[in-house]
Design a binder for this molecule. Sequence first.
Ligand SMILES: Nc1nc2c(ncn2[C@@H]2O[C@H](COP(=O)(O)OP(=O)(O)OP(=O)(O)O)[C@@H](O)[C@H]2O)c(=O)[nH]1
Length: 396
Amino acid sequence: MPKADIKGGAQPFNIQDIIIELLNSLSAVRALSELNPQAGNEKELISKALSVLIQNQDMERCSFFILNEDKDLVNLTGLSTSELFGAERIKKKSLTFKIGQGIIGLAALTGEIQYCKNCKTDARFINNNLQHSLDSLPGSLISVPVIAAKELIGVINISHPEAAYFSEWHIRLLHIYKNMMGELITNYRLLKKMEEQIAVRTKNLEAALDDIRKLKEYHESMSMRDELTASYNRRYFYTQIEAALARAKRYNQPLCLLVLDLDNFKLINDTYGHGFGDIVLRDVAGSIREEIRESDICVRFGGEEFVIVFTDIESAKGKLFAERIRQRIASLALKVEEREVKITASIGVYCLYGEALEQPEFDIDTFLHYADQALYAAKAAGRNRVVFFSAEMHGQ
Ligand SMILES: Nc1nc2c(ncn2[C@@H]2O[C@H](COP(=O)(O)OP(=O)(O)OP(=O)(O)O)[C@@H](O)[C@H]2O)c(=O)[nH]1
């Protein structure tokens, strides 16, 4: 494309050329303003900005030298017109310049656009590829410092095989372009920084929410537990038993409820002290928990009384399991000052199964009442035993 020197230089004034140059420049500026700083990484963004420049201006090659942490200018990316139109990318040795070194370094040092009209003769130009012949050097080259908020970001390098190719027009466009590119890269970096900060804050927030959730669960579980024995408490029993009873009725699954009361516990307290009584309660609770399944319910109902619910169990096994718990408590090796102390428990059991499951009026109170009656029978029969509720106990 013929060039027009708007300063009225060597080339003849041609209004048509000026209009075309103007339109090309506006297109480049518009395309750059439309780039999305959120898309891709920084290198991709800069490559796109360079391709916008090459597409809209008759520049042969563009590259970008980014200022790294060591304050060196490192070749980040580059593009030529032929590559833009599909030619295979020519792999070039990645160059690095110090600030002040060569025409690129000079642009970085001064913050001013440097125009090298003839790279073969210009003393500012450094041929880093000394193994190449002079013929492989560009004719003319412009180095454009990209600065945003007074910070140098890097240098755009624009070259053409012809010497003295670029006009004042190009340089004016590059002044606008470098400012816009500075803004674009700064915005990209700010966005990334914000994204990183948001990610860190989101992670911290999630961790805090997780802690709160765990704390809430802990407090909820503590409010459902008895402090001394760590067994569930009455409150928990009532949150679970309704659902267990409804499930048993719905799926016709037997449900067994045990009321366990330690025998002569007052005597234990009176003889060995309340502290020892507490140890006994803790050991008993731990032993019961070891004897039952996760899905079963065991609560400390009051003083030395525990309620255990076996869900989904054959009714015949209710007595077996209750007997196992009784034996486990009777076998506890409790000691006070080397003296062995024996503890026993009486257990009343009521198993709801078969036709009884279909009685709509059967509720939790009835359930507890029947098991309690069986417990009284166990106590009355001499303690340390398991008694099943039977019809004769009705009304006692
Ligand atoms: N150490 C201790 N004792 C408790 C606790 N809660 C209730 N007790 C005691 O448990 C005893 C229960 O006594 P009673 O209701 O007379 O029953 P018992 O002595 O076990 O007699 P039977 O049930 O008839 O075999 C009382 O002395 C209460 O003070 C507790 O948390 N720790």
